[in-house]
Design a protein around this ligand. Structure first.
Ligand SMILES: Cc1cc2nc3c(=O)[nH]c(=O)nc-3n(C[C@H](O)[C@H](O)[C@H](O)COP(=O)(O)OP(=O)(O)OC[C@H]3O[C@@H](n4cnc5c(N)ncnc54)[C@H](O)[C@@H]3O)c2cc1C
Length: 339
């Protein structure tokens, strides 16, 4: 009997269906995920991926030719047929089918410092790299030793290969102090991306946008790209920082949003109240608490949260437990550190 299983690709989170009489590679390519491969005969090993969860059966041909190539805990996707749902480690695969992950040298076009610890970096990816992204995704900066730092695109997708990042300077960090203190126009950065699926999901549900600090970056991209849709659905941005200067783009965002009466901004300061710009109304305390103060019932909402991982965990736990938010209506990108 032929059964259909779901295959999930980590870390980006793309997924597709695969029949039990199909190879994982065939199903992936059919679905628009161009997994690495070469010979398709089970002998070169280039399609080998780590099997994080689930069971596969390799074809009889593979038993003869590829056993020597196969590393324990891995599968050869050109030969493996699923016997359960699978989770595969596929670094470099985008979350969305048909979207290529690009490696490129991007040129820094402009660097501005809107606050004492946030730098806005604009870079341009050369046209021949074929760089494309969706609002809400991030790119990785590849450092000299190959380690990576992730930064969310803060601008709307465009044909010119332009990217804007908002980087908070972390004292003692490898990359962010360099970005704040030394990065300048004409410098080159090795980048790879796009990654992530923190994108606006379809529907008509009203939206809560929740950001701490530079967690505002991908939300700025969502606003710039989907302003009219968010206004029609009804959206409120709760943006949290310790003090007003942490909300480094508040005035310009509030002015820009004047054209969308359906979108509101609520700045929230954890170190107490102070002056703000535009017509924004000011709140103090934890940013996720401000949402709960305003919304006893979130059962009809979608929530998009980005920034500090502790804020995101608290928001998800409390919104679902106390305000009836459906867990699958909470979308987030946590700024976790990489060792
Ligand atoms: C998907 C994703 C998207 C991201 N997008 C952005 C973004 O748009 N803007 C942005 O500013 N950052 C973003 N980050 C975080 C970013 O990738 C880096 O982790 C951050 O800039 C620190 O890098 P670093 O090299 O300066 O510090 P590291 O060398 O990584 O860290 C040095 C020390 O600082 C500590 N540290 C690192 N980060 C923080 C922090 N945020 N707060 C407190 N202590 C810290 C670490 O524990 C470590 O001890 C994102 C992270 C992820 C996973």
């Amino acid at each position: 009997m032929i059964t259909t299983f779901q295959i999930r690709l980590e870390p980006a989170g793309g997924s597709f269906a695969c029949r039990s009489d199909q190879t994982v590679l065939d199903a992936a390519v059919e679905a628009g995920y161009w997994l690495p491969h070469s010979c398709r005969g089970g002998s070169c090993g280039s399609c080998m991926l780590a099997l994080v969860a689930g069971e596969v059966q390799h074809s009889a041909a593979e038993q003869a030719t590829a056993v020597s190539t196969l590393v324990a805990g891995h599968c050869l996707t050109c030969q493996a047929q699923p016997r359960s749902d699978l989770v595969l480690e596929a670094p470099g695969m985008a979350a969305e089918p048909g979207q290529r992950v690009v490696k490129a040298a991007a040129r820094v076009m402009a660097v501005t410092r809107p606050s004492a610890d946030v730098v806005i970096v604009k870079v341009q990816v050369p046209a021949q790299a074929g760089w494309q992204f969706k609002a809400g995704q991030y790119a990785e900066v590849v450092l000299r030793d190959g380690t990576r730092r992730s930064y969310s695109m803060a601008n709307a997708p465009n044909e010119q290969g332009e990217i804007e990042w908002h980087v908070r300077r972390i004292e003692g960090g490898r990359f962010s102090p360099h970005a704040y203190d030394a990065l300048k126009a004409r410098d080159l950065l090795r980048i790879e991306g796009p990654f992530g699926d923190f994108t606006l999901k379809p529907g008509s549900a009203p939206v809560i946008l929740l950001a701490s600090g530079t967690g505002y970056a991908p939300i700025a991209a969502l606003l710039a790209t989907h302003g009219a849709e968010l206004a029609a659905r009804g959206a409120t941005l709760y943006w949290g920082g310790r003090r007003p200067s942490d909300l480094y783009a508040l005035d310009s965002e509030a002015a820009w949003l004047d054209r969308y009466p359906g979108i509101k901004i609520v700045p929230v300061y954890s170190e107490g109240n102070a002056e703000t710009g535009a017509q924004a109304s000011v709140r103090s305390g934890f940013v996720h608490q401000a949402v709960l103060d305003d919304h006893a019932d979130l059962s009809a909402h979608q929530v998009y949260a980005c920034g500090n991982p502790l804020m995101i965990d608290a928001a998800k736990a409390e919104f679902t437990a106390r305000a009836g938010l459906k867990p699958d209506c909470f979308f987030s990108d946590a700024f976790v550190f990489r060792a």
